[in-house]
Design a protein around this ligand. Structure first.
Ligand code: UD2
Ligand code: MN
Length: 369
């Protein structure tokens, strides 16, 4: 009897032991599954971290205290999660029409604008004035080139207004201030050529170049700073011209060319010293190569210019009228292929890259052509 009882007890014990073992096995399996999920979760985070390191501006945060603040929600489709493996998420292409644009903007140049304030307002902009949208992949990489000398006051307003606009436009961009060294006659177009070459040295990915005066701010963020299949003129309706195009062939202020378009016209002329004419020469180059200029809608292409006096080293160029008659002859020899200059300093500031350059001085007698 006791033997029978002992046998039953043994069987029960074995069954219990087996059950325990089974339980333990299930627990182990479940544990590893959860652990694997955790791993995937964390590696997704660290993948984002490394994207930030590669595209530092991706760490941008929305600062709603600044004017023209971006709405926190992007309105873009959710990025598919990287489950189950620890893969880097692929961001969707940026939409053609960026969500969250404001439209017409209030632009004024009376409130004080210390650089520290502008830096505080733009925490998402990375050293050198670089930015990459955190939530989508832009089709282009845009270098904004600003010809510059002694206009720090204008530059602060420009940075204050343009950084939030360019961010809202979901651009991957960099800002290059090309600062003419010395006090010789100013040469805007040559500085723009330098900007093209130097920006490409900084990042070979640039494929769109926006050339902007330092004193011009768009009044509407739907005026998208991108390149198209034709060279683009952005600043078509300025307050100083009564918000109208001053003449049909006007190409001054702010313009944009893709890398291919810029090379096709041999870049800009280097031989326009002093004020005026260089923008007409660029217009001629575009027409002579059979391209057409594209423009935004007149209501969207409005700009405010910061009032200023003519700089004494940017006096009207007396040769400009004859020079613009000869673009056809000069554009082959004078352009991006013939620009000579010396970079004196490259300094990456929080909101822009400053490149100080010696571009020489005008010849003491008028060059041929
Ligand atoms: C007009 C055009 C400009 C150009 C120029 C003739 C407009 C709004 N702009 O400018 O695109 O065609 O005529 O050359 O019509 N700059 C300095 N420091 C100087 C001088 C010039 O930084 O001492 C830069 C700065 O970016 C400035 C730009 O060059 O915005 C054009 O010079 P400007 O503003 O003195 O001449 P403006 O307004 O007549
Ligand atoms: Mn101006």
């Amino acid at each position: 009897m006791s033997r029978l009882l002992g046998g039953t007890l043994e069987r029960v014990c074995k069954a219990v032991l087996l059950l325990c073992l089974l339980h333990f096995l299930v627990a182990v399996i479940l544990y590893f599954d959860v652990y694997a999920q955790h791993l995937a979760f964390f590696s997704r985070f660290s993948a984002r971290g490394s994207t930030r390191a590669l595209h530092p501006a991706a760490s941008s945060t929305t600062n709603c205290s600044r004017p023209n603040a971006t709405a926190p929600s992007s309105g873009l489709p959710e990025v598919p999660s990287a489950r189950p493996g620890p893969t880097v998420p692929v961001l969707p292409p940026c939409p053609d029409l960026p969500p969250g644009l404001v439209g017409r903007l209030l632009i004024e140049f009376t409130s004080p604008m210390p650089l520290e304030r502008v830096q505080r307002e733009n925490p998402g902009v990375l050293l050198g004035g670089r930015y990459t949208p955190p939530d989508c992949t832009p089709a282009q990489t845009v270098a904004v080139i600003i010809p510059f000398r002694h206009r720090e006051h204008h530059l602060r307003y420009w940075l204050h207004y343009l950084h939030p606009i360019l961010r809202r436009q979901r651009l991957r961009y960099g800002i290059y201030v090309i600062n003419q060294h010395g006090e010789d006659t100013f040469n805007r177009a040559k500085l723009l050529n330098v900007g093209f070459l130097e920006a490409l040295k900084e990042d070979a990915a640039y494929d769109c170049f926006i050339f902007s005066d330092v004193d011009l701010v768009p009044m509407d963020d739907r005026n998208l700073y991108r390149c198209g299949d034709q060279p683009r003129h952005f600043a078509i309706a300025m307050d100083k011209f009564g918000f109208r195009l001053p003449y049909a062939g006007y190409f001054g202020g702010v313009s944009g060319l893709s890398k291919a378009q810029f090379l096709r016209i041999n870049g800009f002329p280097n031989e326009y010293w002093g004020w005026g004419g260089e923008d007409d020469d660029i217009f001629n180059r575009i027409s002579l190569t059979g391209m057409k200029i594209s423009r935004p809608d007149i209501r969207i292409g409005r700009y405010r210019m910061i009032k200023h006096d003519r700089d004494k080293h940017n006096e009207p160029n007396p040769q400009r009228f004859t020079k613009i008659q000869n673009t056809k002859l000069t554009m082959k020899r004078d352009g991006i292929g013939s620009v000579r200059y010396q970079v004196l300093e490259v300094s990456r500031q929080p909101l822009f890259t400053n490149i100080t350059v010696d571009i020489g001085r005008p010849p003491s007698w008028p060059p041929r052509g």
